[in-house]
Design a protein. Structure first.
Length: 395
């Protein structure tokens, strides 16, 4: 097994080239180009595989105009994967239209915008991991209008959703709704092709099926102090030291943008993706960011665009949350002392850490621990959102 930490100068040099090339995007004449980015977030089990989990804070983090399944299951449906904010951009030198359909195998599409035909529309008794289960979203007659300057919908909240509009993509129109992209997300019941576990204080990473590890960013934030390591490995596994938290500003923003543009995103798209998730990606905890193979994306999330674009880029980041013994000890201590601030810093992964701390406990002990957690820090109600304003805003 061999691995190397990518030289910082090389990655910063790539990031500099990205910044230098971040002017207007040039699109070939008489062609339609489609670019998509998204994130698959999972929690590593003790053995490194994907653990079934439920976010502790389940309130909607999307504007109210975004459409949702009738049961609003995103925050209340356990799964191994949260498919977060895939967006599809279109570029064209002239007005045209396309039909778009996406299939989420072993997953449920829970939110989308603009309006789409989503199946199943009323997902009662959903079990995404059931054999053959899939959901679909279809947008018909998506008008690509490069010369338009429409007013895109907003509500009166500050929301990271809007950051995804900061690209050169053409405005889109579906019936009377306008947006800069097609948006959807959901919950899956399958294993991601990447595992990570802690062994003797070091991080062991494995890419499943013999695929190369490729480019990886390992990030750690403890009590607001951060550190990260960059890795490239051509083999299927690698073992590295955990990054030591040190600098409060040590976040791999430019490095991630460089990796995303190397995977085909335009510079402004890569910046929009990183800026959309910068608060969440760099919060408390230990996590691994890796780039999912295109073949795996196409198999787990087939996408059909008609007429077919002249070029299609699909770049998805895997985010694997690695729970540490320090996390478990902190949550146990916070539960015992009633330290709400300590518990709250673990955010939506709090329930996963609590569950890890209760391994081997009796059903009565589990019930008592969850009751105390809810008393100390009641989970937010899933699906709530503010009332949209009638005003519109250009982005």
């Amino acid at each position: 097994m061999t691995h190397r930490v990518a030289p910082l100068a090389i990655l910063l040099g790539a990031a500099t080239l990205v910044a230098a090339g971040s002017g207007r995007t040039s699109i070939p004449e008489a062609s339609v180009v489609a670019h998509e980015w998204g994130t698959f977030t999972s929690v590593a089990a003790v053995d490194g595989g994907s653990e079934r989990w439920l976010p502790y804070t389940g309130a909607s983090d999307l504007p109210c105009f975004v459409e949702r399944s009738t049961q609003n299951l995103k925050g209340t449906l356990p799964g191994t994967v949260r498919m977060e904010t895939p967006v599809i951009y279109f570029y064209s030198p002239a007005p045209t239209s396309v039909d778009v359909r996406v299939w989420f195998k072993h997953g449920l599409i829970t939110e989308w915008y603009p309006r789409a035909a989503v199946n199943p529309p009323t997902p009662f008794n959903v079990t995404p991991s059931s054999p053959g289960f899939e959901s679909t979203a279809a947008w018909s007659r998506v008008a690509i209008a490069p010369s338009d300057n429409p007013a895109f919908p907003v509500d009166h909240t500050t929301n990271h959703y809007y950051t995804a509009r900061e690209t050169d993509a053409a405005p889109l129109r579906v019936a009377s709704q306008t947006e800069k992209f097609l948006f959807y997300r959901g919950v899956g019941g399958f294993a991601v092709p990447f595992e990570a576990r802690i062994d003797n204080g070091r991080l062991v990473m494995t890419s499943m099926g013999g695929a190369p590890i490729g480019d990886v960013v390992v990030f750690r934030n403890h009590d607001g102090r951060a550190g990260f390591a960059l890795l490239h490995d051509d083999g299927p596994s690698a073992t590295v030291d955990l990054p030591l938290p040190g600098d409060r500003s040590a976040t791999p923003l430019r490095e991630l943008e460089a990796l995303l543009t190397a995977r085909g995103l335009y510079p402004r798209e890569a910046a929009a993706m990183v800026n959309t998730w910068r608060d969440s990606w760099f919060e408390e905890g230990l996590r691994v960011f890796y780039l999912l193979p295109r073949a795996w994306i196409d198999d787990a999330l087939p996408l059909d665009i008609r007429p077919a674009p002249s070029a299609l880029v699909r770049t998805f980041v895997g985010r694997l949350e690695v729970l540490t013994t320090e996390d478990v000890s902190e949550v146990r201590g916070g539960m015992a002392s009633g330290d709400v601030a300590l518990l709250r810093k673990h955010g939506r992964f709090l329930q996963s850490i609590l569950d890890r701390s209760l391994v081997g406990a009796t059903p009565v002990q589990v019930e008592a621990a969850n009751a105390r957690m809810n008393a100390l820090l009641p989970p937010m109600v899933s699906g709530g959102c503010a009332t949209p304003e009638s005003s519109q805003a250009r982005k």
